[in-house]
Design a protein around this ligand. Structure first.
Ligand code: HEM
Length: 330
């Protein structure tokens, strides 16, 4: 007869094997053309939605790129940033100006019509970021897919994980290292600030009470006109790249050389990398910048992904799937 202790040990061993098997299933790698067999038009549907949205409002391109970044840095690339809720990531202060949610909704609605329950919201974000970069002049890359959607979204986690523009170089580097990204990835990915906008509420700390001396004088005057210390609107916006604001090129870096980087963290990074990281000068050639950018995006888009049997495929990107009650036995 097996003792109670023996039975417990055996049950534990069986459970460990099951847990390991589950882990193996969950750790399946992402794959290029993941939806080839189940929803062959998935990437085209997303692309069409992004193209239509960017044609209507160019700001959707930077919006979608940033959405993917803010998603991946909190609980991995699992679309947690898309979940609605009074305490979800969306309401965290670094997310106050996120945009592009409606574009994801439009893509998802079409995907649910053509291939219900197949394509994750997390993959839509990864495809849409890639398409936005290509549509604005950057380099295209193949996006490995198979991410599953998470069902937790907590504003405090977004506050803790997303880098603030007021951090110093070490803190900025730490926030990327925590996510498995190198300093070189950080500097390259910050090149995304070659398109998009910044709000007065973000920039005023560089203007008042003292003007940040590293700001170009003419740019400081323009910023002060748009964002006066008293009576201005915190919702007014300014182009992050005042030179070629709608083009995904490497002007962001050239701007920094002439004090025309609007974001404080970019200026801080520049002061460090331009002297201490000579290898980063490769970003000063457009071709090598766009290639390095694609490589670093590929790394970022695989942060802590859920695969296999983890998470779920949300039917609506803004809400977790309703729990389906099992039919009660007769
Ligand atoms: C290095 C750390 C980073 C910091 C501190 C930072 C911070 C910011 C801030 C404060 C804004 C402007 C928000 C506003 O006033 O509305 C912004 C905009 C933006 N960021 Fe970053 N960012 C960082 C890295 C990144 C990365 C890695 C990406 C993408 C790969 C990215 C993509 C963007 C884009 C595209 C915009 C413009 C968004 C729009 O026009 O809607 N940023 N960022």
């Amino acid at each position: 007869m097996e003792s109670a202790a023996g039975r417990t040990q055996r049950a534990l061993a069986v459970w460990l094997v099951i847990a390991q098997l589950l882990q193996i299933v969950a750790a399946q790698d992402l794959q290029v053309d993941f939806y080839g067999g189940t929803c062959p038009s998935a990437e085209k549907i997303v692309r069409d939605a992004v193209e239509a949205a960017v044609a209507k409002d160019h700001g959707n391109a930077p919006g979608l790129i940033r959405l993917h970044f803010h998603d991946c840095f909190v609980r991995g690339c699992d679309a947690s940033v898309l979940l609605d809720g009074p305490k979800s990531e969306k309401v965290a202060s670094p997310n106050f100006s996120l945009r592009g949610f409606e574009v994801v909704d439009a893509a998802k609605a079409e995907l649910e019509k053509q291939c219900p329950g197949i394509v994750s919201c997390a993959d839509i974000l990864a495809f849409a970021a890639r398409d936005s970069i290509e549509l604005t002049g950057g380099k295209r890359w193949e996006v490995p897919a198979g991410r599953r959607d998470g069902n937790v979204s907590i504003n405090a986690e977004a506050e803790a994980m997303l880098p603030s523009p007021q951090l110093n170089v070490q803190q900025l580097t730490d926030s990327f290292t925590r996510k498995g990204l190198s300093q070189s990835d950080m500097i390259t990915l910050s090149g995304a600030h070659t398109i998009g906008r910044i709000h007065c509420s973000t920039v005023v700390a560089r203007l008042y009470p003292e003007t940040d001396p590293s700001l170009d004088e003419d740019l400081a005057v323009q910023l002060k006109t748009l964002c006066p210390q008293v009576g201005g609107s915190s919702s007014s916006t300014f182009n992050l790249d005042p030179t070629t604001p709608e083009l995904f090129d490497n002007m962001y870096y050239s701007n920094l050389f002439s004090g025309k980087g609007v974001l404080q963290s970019d200026q801080i990074l520049f002061e460090s990398w331009s002297t201490k990281l000579p290898t980063m000068f490769n970003v000063l050639s457009t071709t090598s910048f766009t290639s390095s950018f694609a490589d670093s995006m590929l790394t970022m888009s695989q942060i802590e992904v859920k695969t296999g049997s983890e998470g779920e495929i949300r039917r609506n990107c803004r809400a977790v799937n309703p729990v389906v009650e099992a039919p009660s036995p007769l």
